[in-house]
Design a protein around this ligand. Structure first.
Ligand SMILES: Cc1cc2nc3c(=O)[nH]c(=O)nc-3n(C[C@H](O)[C@H](O)[C@H](O)COP(=O)(O)O)c2cc1C
Length: 173
């Protein structure tokens, strides 16, 4: 099963259903230094900085306790793999088990492959390869509606936000 590079300008996607309903697999690392992955369903796609309409970018939100965060922080790159609705069971597993406890990627039955110095998955339909541009912890004083804190952060474990420049889009043939 092989992947080809796709021009991002040609994509026709609905980010609302793609991220929130179909979910994505966030991964970082490589064969030499190890890797990990976790399911995410919060994030944004868009454009910012640079010239001529801004860089194509993905924003993800990672809680400080996630093992995957250690890999995202260590590496310059991260990937977002999209599976549509086909791999719901696998993504549920990867979103409810930690790589700290063992080989959860093997247990979920996904097959990593390594390209451009980072990790992707053979079962994905599409992968966004991202280079980190910005990283910041969400601050309590930044929340303008206190109900967001009440509903999402009883433990005050505010997400850390990462903006990644999408430098390549791979699609399964
Ligand atoms: C559908 C779904 C969406 C999730 N979205 C996020 C998210 O956007 N950010 C986050 O920090 N955790 C999210 N999680 C939780 C992590 O995927 C989960 O804690 C995972 O087990 C972390 O694995 P790790 O410790 O190996 O990194 C989500 C879980 C599920 C099931």
């Amino acid at each position: 099963m092989s992947f080809f590079e796709r021009d991002i300008a040609e994509l026709s996607i609905n980010p609302f259903t793609m991220i929130a309903k179909e979910w994505m697999l966030l991964a970082a690392g490589n064969a030499e230094r190890g890797y990990n992955a976790m399911t995410v369903s919060w994030g944004h796609l868009g454009a910012i900085w640079g010239q001529e309409g801004g860089y194509p970018t993905a924003v993800i939100y990672v809680r400080p306790q996630r093992y995957t965060k250690e890999f995202v922080d260590r590496e310059e790159l991260f990937t977002l793999s999209l599976f549509g609705t086909e791999r719901r069971k696998e993504l549920s597993y990867l979103g409810s088990h930690s790589g700290r406890e063992g080989d959860k990627i093997g247990a979920a039955g996904l097959t990593p492959f390594f390209t451009d110095g980072t990790v992707c998955f053979r079962e994905a339909k599409r992968v966004f390869l991202c280079r980190k541009l910005y990283h910041m912890r969400l601050r309590e004083e930044g929340f303008l509606d206190p109900s967001v804190i009440r509903e999402n952060y009883p433990a005050k474990d505010y997400h850390e936000m990462y903006v990644g420049k999408i430098f390549k889009v791979l699609e399964r043939e």
